[in-house]
Design a protein around this ligand. Structure first.
Ligand code: NA7
Length: 521
């Protein structure tokens, strides 16, 4: 966004809490952290030169490599001089007199800006559940989303980990290899498929670079931001042998192939059950102790929590130094001086890892006191989350000249993030340029356009199984958070087209107010 606006001649300033670039890939440094989009598609596409200059080592690179990529981008485009690091935005208030945003920083200073854009991510407000007694724990404890920069040494230590989402599933096999003993405290078992990561061969990389324009087009037009074959068949219209073969091929190839095997996997409970049962049977085959295998078998609709890909996750439970505690039946009562007390036992621990996720989607936005017209805050407008509504996931009625990159009710986390980020960046950049060219002072979503978009989002989501599961997608992971599904499921390609049409029609659904004087940067 910085590069896009700077190139267009706007004076632009970025505020960043960390002391470096990278966002998610800066904070999530836990052992085993890696991407689950294929790396040749996990790129910016605004610059062919950048695409050609960077070479990924493997299909699903680890966090340090992705962070190196983001630093490479920052250096290549000389972004750092316009980023103020180690600075949090505490508040942003719209002033109706001046039609400008007053932005309060945590160093006590404030800035005035014509436009206010958030790039706070969907998963940056970490969730540390309120367990009694954490302050008494004498060992070390860490959250996967705020991992320290130094290496955490697990050698010879008794480690406990709470949480088996994507972060836990990635960290558990790596920690288990180092720790004396690892106890996994699991609330909900997860479906996970093998990543089967492998180094890229040079010929494959060369071809992808030569085909950049075609790959870029496919990424942009596709449903999920990656050129994946779109399933045309129902899981229920094929024989069980054919289905089994398809799932088996996906399992052997590794990655998200089961999720994209049939079009009704996340729509029809019976179709879903075929995929769910396939993964459960794999767990039964891999995990040697039947009672452990049973505890690891999920029952929710496969794919309605973020589908996970792993390296040796289920296999790890065959190790002698790993034990599994089901905290649904054996509830966590408190953290003690020496470990963790459940209803059935006390577990002595030297290190406790919280892989307990994030207050997703709205969490990062609501950490900032954002106020639009009449001093109304985003929190008030969204009724504390009961009534979160946006126009296209990018704008809000009552909040002129405020844009959200991958905000609630855009495809965001159910698409390949770099593609969705770039689409918003380009759309917002084009919009601000349009305003300058047409001497428009403010742009604001109309209430009825916002209402219609939000309703459309809900209808698309309600037609799927996603809304039926407790997950961070639905906000059910945060005690007291109203349940809303805030991801647009109509597909990234179709969404891109819709946003482009709205812009081409003179920003349909927005009120544009002409400036009395020429608009500058
Ligand atoms: P997730 O996917 O939200 O996983 C968090 C895990 O922590 C999950 O297993 C939770 O169980 C568990 N959890 C949360 N609160 C508690 C409490 N109070 N007690 C026990 N267990 C708890 O977060 P991740 O960081 O793994 O992944 C987030 C996304 O980042 C991921 O989907 C990718 O998109 C990248 P639950 O399932 O809620 O019962």
């Amino acid at each position: 966004m910085l590069y896009r606006l700077r190139e267009a001649g706007f004076s632009t300033r970025v505020y960043e809490a960390a002391d470096g670039v990278g966002g998610t890939w800066y904070w999530n440094r836990y052992p085993g952290a890696r991407c689950d989009s294929e790396s040749i598609y996990y790129n910016y596409t605004f610059s062919e030169e950048l695409y050609r200059e960077w070479t990924w080592s493997s299909r699903y690179p680890e966090q340090p490599e992705i962070l190196r990529y983001l630093n490479f981008v920052a250096d290549k485009f000389d972004l750092r001089p316009d980023i103020q690091f180690e600075t949090r935005v505490n508040a942003a208030h719209y002033d109706e007199e001046t039609k400008r945003w007053q932005i309060e920083l945590n160093d006590g200073t404030s800035v005035s800006a014509k436009y206010f854009i958030t790039g706070v991510g969907c998963l940056s407000a970490s969730n540390l559940p309120k367990f009694n007694g954490l302050e008494n724990f004498k060992g070390e404890w860490y959250h996967t989303g705020h991992w320290p920069h130094h290496k955490v040494d697990f050698t010879g230590k008794r480690v406990g980990i709470i949480g088996t989402g994507s972060s836990g599933v990635q960290a558990i096999p790596v920690i288990a290899r180092e720790a004396e003993h690892l106890t996994v405290f699991q609330r909900t078992p997860q479906y996970s498929a093998p990543a089967r990561n492998h180094p890229y061969d040079l010929e494959y990389i060369k071809r992808s670079k030569e085909n950049f324009l075609e790959i870029k087009k496919q990424m942009r037009e596709s449903q999920g931001g990656q050129p994946v074959e779109v399933p045309t068949k129902s899981a229920l219209e094929v024989t069980s042998e054919e289905r089994q073969q398809k799932f088996e091929e996906a399992w052997q190839t590794g990655g998200q192939g089961i999720f994209t095997s049939y079009y009704d996997i996340t729509v029809d409970p019976k179709a879903n059950e075929t995929a769910s049962e396939f993964i459960r049977s794999k767990i039964g085959e891999i995990v040697k102790k039947p009672e452990v295998a049973e505890k690891l078998k999920p029952t929710y609709y496969y794919g309605t929590k973020r589908p996970i890909i792993d390296t040796d996750y289920y296999e790890t439970f065959n190790r002698d130094n790993v034990s599994l505690v089901d905290v649904r039946t054996n509830r966590i009562e408190e953290i003690t001086d020496n470990g963790l007390q459940t209803t059935e036992a006390e577990y002595e621990l030297d290190v406790l890892v919280f892989a307990t996720g994030f207050d997703g989607m709205t969490g990062p936005l609501l950490k900032i006191d954002i106020r639009g017209k009449d001093g109304v805050s985003l929190k008030e407008k969204w009724k504390g989350g009961e009534d979160t509504r946006t126009y296209l996931g990018v704008a809000n009625a009552g909040f002129p000249n405020f844009f959200m990159i991958t905000g609630p009710e855009s495809p965001s986390v159910l698409s390949n993030m770099p593609v969705s980020i770039e689409q918003h960046v380009e759309w917002i950049g084009d919009c601000i340029e349009y305003m300058r060219e047409n001497n428009i002072d403010t742009i604001e979503a109309k209430v009825d356009a916002e209402e219609a978009w939000s309703k459309h989002c809900r209808e698309v989501a309600e037609a799927t199984l996603f809304t039926k599961t407790d997950s961070w997608y639905t906000g059910a992971n945060i005690p007291g958070k109203p349940r809303r599904f805030l991801i647009y499921l109509g597909g990234g390609g179709a969404y891109r087209q819709k946003c482009a049409e709205i812009a081409a029609n003179g920003y349909e659904g927005f009120s544009l107010e002409a400036a009395s004087e020429p608009v500058t940067g």
